[in-house]
Write a protein that binds this ligand. Structure first.
Ligand code: SF4
Ligand code: SF4
Length: 756
């Protein structure tokens, strides 16, 4: 990507307020223009380390369950725990203040500091103090604030906002820090290595620690039973902040309070592994303030007695606790795994994918909960790809939170006659007709696909017209550079009906299958669907194709939750007899498989039926692998790779939701067992993510995310020897085609072509 602007000249505060859509788009464009490789490099390093670290936690899933349970109970019991904590803090000799608002918290802290005649305060990293804009208040009272976390120090020097939870200056490369320090400190010192930069910053910070009259820290967790505070860090600056000056003030949200100190252990295992990928951070402090040891007194200064204040911030959290959706965000332990695993975040970072304080997939809920709903507009950048879901140590369903925020924003829009009429014609639920036309278009794609297939000749020639492409962009926001899938003359269901008339009879010795005719395959890629039927039958399965009904995925990702529920209810009614007759459910399109595995639970009342659906739904290649592993199918004899008309070297990209469903590895196993030489992609998402990449607003971002995948393909094709491109999702096909202009195959199409 072109770097045409000097990053040092950019002031990200200019793009910080994204409550207006225009501002969000400007932020994305600016970030894409100046994007240094630092954000992608740093987030991907965190990801690699996290994957290794959590794999070493033998009881990772149980730890996550335990952490979730502790947080759920703590939030449910929050009023009682706060009372208990107050007693504990006072019993320990500290002061306790529950601040209803950010202004109250700031006023309290300012008053305490003024009463102690504090001139300089050292601060450890605290996102809660970012939320309250504490530094601004203190500086207004003439109190100097020194950020002591290295990244926060860099940002204070640069006068910038953090762009990441645990690595606030993640967007800074070493070269950029060097340029900043040289410019701001007017120094000729060599600052070209990490060591030189760190030494320089350390010397500056040491002076502050020695001079400081007070220290302000955050808290990772606070135990109600003892008043103990858990702090994890890598640099030791928090320990110095909390132990050197006589006055210590800790500020934290009320959601950080858990019942007991014993429960810290679960989080001490999960937090560093999920955050930095370390088994444990370099410094773990479990304080029981005020400390008993004497504080540090600089030469010439009189020794002061220790004093401790705990400031707990509400600022909307109690409202979040009452909110059935936003309550889940209170379980967040701020590890940042969801930011790092998000392909959009990896590409633009937290200044674009973030609000006034909070960033990333979880950030929207926090902005809406502690500020205004429209501060969460950047949550539109969540494509619901679900890559973050399995990474969250407290199992927060981040895409579901963002879909709800989108619904609230849709409902907050003034409705219009055009929107209502359009919604009525296309099938939106009444509550969703206030959604913008673009969302209603993508949310009711099945209606257009049905119309388009009925009039395929006319529809397809219209799609080729530049005039229509321009109109589609103006009215529905579909980017003119994207090619919408052509409509087939016959849908998958029609093709199958004809083949059935031709008398193809299935084998019967394996489990019986119901192949769900998802809308995208039915009206977009019917031949792919037929290939899936032929391959599964070749394996020996009895396959029955269901009617094609919308499943709710398309409106769900637009925040049209009522429409999604309406579609899902009709589909489930249709599927019930197949499920009750004992058939396994097969789904070609991975985003629809994710509906069966995860999302339908939010849309259906019958949770027993949901659990059944979740457990019996599969991706086709999982069943091919099952046939080989459990029923003795010889893959290399049935689907020999040498029958492929070219070199059997292949590049495979699995769909993001397919990986979240743990339904990707079997495809690779099958292809290798057939004899293919398989290289796989390691990107979290191709950037297309369903309708996201089609939207004119996000086209550039989508292609910038895709660039990572395109370059992995190029790198895999040593000496210009092309590999067969294979991907499992329709949107991945579109994206790879857009980026490389090369045909892409679905795994079932590959097997279908080589079947004996
Ligand atoms: S669901 Fe995907 S796009 Fe949304 S926050 Fe999670 S990783 Fe990012
Ligand atoms: S939502 Fe989960 S993954 Fe994201 S920061 Fe919070 S705890 Fe970590």
């Amino acid at each position: 990507m072109a770097t045409t602007v000097n990053p040092v000249d950019i002031q990200p505060r200019q793009v910080a307020n994204k409550s207006e859509k225009r501002a969000l788009l400007d932020a994305i464009r600016m970030t894409l223009k100046i994007q240094s490789p630092a954000v992608r490099h740093n987030t991907q390093t965190f990801n690699r380390n996290r994957y290794v670290a959590v794999a070493k936690l033998a009881d990772y899933d149980q730890l996550k369950d335990r952490a979730r349970q502790i947080k759920e109970q703590a939030i449910a019991d929050s009023p009682r725990l706060l009372k208990q904590l107050e007693e504990s803090v006072v019993r320990n000799g500290g002061h306790f203040y529950l601040a209803p608002t950010a202004e109250d918290a700031n006023a309290y802290i300012r008053r305490v500091l003024v009463e102690h005649s504090v001139k300089l305060v050292v601060k450890g990293k605290s996102i809660t103090s970012e939320e309250t804009r504490l530094n601004h208040t203190l500086e207004g009272a003439g109190i100097k604030v020194a950020e002591t976390d290295l990244a926060e120090f860099i940002l204070q020097v640069a006068d910038e906002q953090p762009s990441h939870i645990i690595a606030p200056a993640l967007h800074y490369s070493r070269e950029r820090i060097t340029a900043l320090f040289k410019r701001k400190f007017d120094t000729d010192l060599p600052l070209d290595t990490g060591e030189e930069l760190t030494k320089f910053a350390r010397e500056k910070l040491r002076e502050q620690f020695i001079e400081a009259d007070a220290g302000i820290s955050g808290a990772n967790l606070i135990a109600a039973d003892s008043g103990s505070i858990m702090l994890v860090e890598s640099e030791g600056n928090i320990r110095m902040t909390t132990t050197l000056p006589p006055l210590h003030i800790a500020i934290a949200g009320i959601e950080k309070v858990i019942p007991s100190r014993e429960q810290f252990g679960t989080f001490l295992e999960l937090l560093p592994a999920s955050a930095t990928g370390q088994p444990l951070t370099s410094y773990v402090s479990i304080l029981h303030p005020p400390l008993k040891s004497p504080p540090f007194a600089a030469p010439g200064k009189q020794e002061q007695p220790r004093e401790f204040h705990l400031v707990l911030l509400d600022n909307g959290r109690s409202r979040m606790r009452e909110d059935p959706v936003l309550r889940e965000a209170l379980y967040c332990i701020r590890c940042s795994a969801c930011l790092n695993s998000c392909a959009n975040f990896e590409t633009v970072g937290g200044h674009a994918f973030g609000g006034e304080t909070y960033s990333g997939g979880i950030g929207g809920s926090w902005e809406a909960g502690t500020g205004k709903l429209m501060n969460a507009r950047f949550a539109e950048l969540c494509t619901a790809c679900s890559r973050c879901v399995n990474q969250c140590p407290v199992r927060i369903d981040i895409p579901w939170l963002n879909e709800n925020l989108r619904q609230r924003m849709n409902h907050a829009q003034p409705t219009s006659f055009a929107r209502s009429l359009f919604g009525e014609l296309t099938g939106s639920a009444p509550a969703d007709t206030s959604a913008p036309l673009q969302k209603q278009f993508f949310g009711n794609y099945h209606t257009f696909a049905k119309w388009g297939t009925t009039t395929a000749g006319l529809s397809n020639s219209s799609l080729d017209s530049p005039l229509i492409a321009s109109a589609m962009e103006k009215v529905f926001g579909v980017d003119h550079r994207r090619e919408l899938p052509k409509f087939p003359e016959k849908s998958w269901v029609d093709l199958h009906r004809e083949e059935h008339r031709n008398g193809t009879s299935p084998s019967t010795h394996l489990p019986k299958l119901a192949l769900f005719a998802d809308v995208f395959t039915n009206f977009g890629y019917p031949e792919r669907g037929m290939a899936a039927i032929r391959v599964l039958r070749k394996c020996g399965y009895d396959v029955e194709l269901t009617p094609s009904l919308a499943d709710g995925r398309a409106p769900l990702s637009q925040g049209m939750i009522d429409t999604a529920r309406q579609q899902a209810t009709a589909m489930l009614r249709m599927l019930r007899p197949y499920v009750e007759s004992g058939r396994l459910l097969v789904v070609v399109e991975p985003s629809v498989l994710a509906m069966f595995r995860f999302d339908l639970r939010h849309l259906m009342e019958d949770q027993t039926f949901f659990a059944k659906l979740r457990d019996i739904s599969f991706e086709p290649m999982q069943l091919v692998w099952k046939a080989s592993q459990e029923f003795g199918l010889d893959l290399s004899a049935t689907f020999p790779a040498e029958r492929w008309h070219h070199d059997p070297r292949l590049f495979y990209h699995s769909h993001c939701q397919q990986r979240t469903c743990n339904a990707a590895s079997e495809t690779i196993d099958v292809l290798r067992a057939c004899g293919f030489d398989v290289v796989t992609s390691s990107v979290e998402c191709c950037g297309m993510a369903g309708s996201f990449g089609y939207k004119a607003d996000y086209y550039e971002l989508s292609m910038a995310v895709g660039e990572d995948l395109f370059s992995q393909v190029r790198a895999a094709e040593e000496e210009n020897q092309p590999r067969i491109l294979v991907a499992s999702g329709i949107s991945c096909h579109e994206q790879i085609w857009a980026g490389l202009k090369r045909p892409v195959h679905h795994p079932v199409e590959v097997l279908d072509q080589i079947a004996i």
